[in-house]
Design a protein around this ligand. Sequence first.
Ligand code: SF4
Length: 261
Amino acid sequence: MLALPALRWSDADLARHRHHHHRFDTAPVRPGAEMEVSRGCPYHCTFCAKDNFRDDYRKRPLTVVLEEIDAFAAQGVEYIYFIDEIFLPNRELLEGLAERPIVFGIQTRIDLWTTAMLDLLGRAGCVSIEAGVESITVEGRNLLDKGSRLTTEQLAERLIHAKGGVPFVQANLLESGTDDPAEVEAWRTHLRQFGVWANKPVPMFPYPGSPGYAKRWGAPDDRAWERAMEHYLAQFDKFSDIQEARPRALSDLELQHVDSR
Ligand code: SF4
């Protein structure tokens, strides 16, 4: 990561990039972009596909990151989505972002942010937070090896505090198998009153490269993705409150691809 220079993109490439990933506060006017400040994550949640390439946490130098952001701003980009596995609190970066005409979205863990740092995050221009909470019980979070230090009530307080300075705040929930559906609905309703969206718990996909996959089937082999998908489709018939279609098995898709050639 230290050796990577600031990336540069042609004006034409950027002009074609109209999409603002995971942004809901307003419609895009000028181009969006994606970039990374860091790679990897120091945590080891069971469901996270991080083992293969995104395990150890490492950061790019601040000067290089700011150079890349400045180039985006000079080329008319108005929104950056940071594709970091986990966007950790970083005062120098946030202060640098606050001085620049860019807004941005992140994925993070809300338990790592103090209220003061959340305020700085909002001032820096963050307009979208996706925060992995996963389960509304300590047992559920422990089962997923989330390693969270806060209670569910404290997590809710942090999410609600974040919403004071960031237009879109989402708490991600997973189907951990331990949470009472009525309590989950009550928690979602509570957050919604403060403008925070918690999705209906989504079924867990056993990603090859996740600790959960390795525990169930060992190291991924050539059939790892087919195996994971078959398991997922056999286990669940509902997938997410924003996804109505049922995914198809990889073997079906591959057959269709062969037929269409
Ligand atoms: S889910 Fe988030 S916190 Fe957990 S290992 Fe993956 S990136 Fe890290």
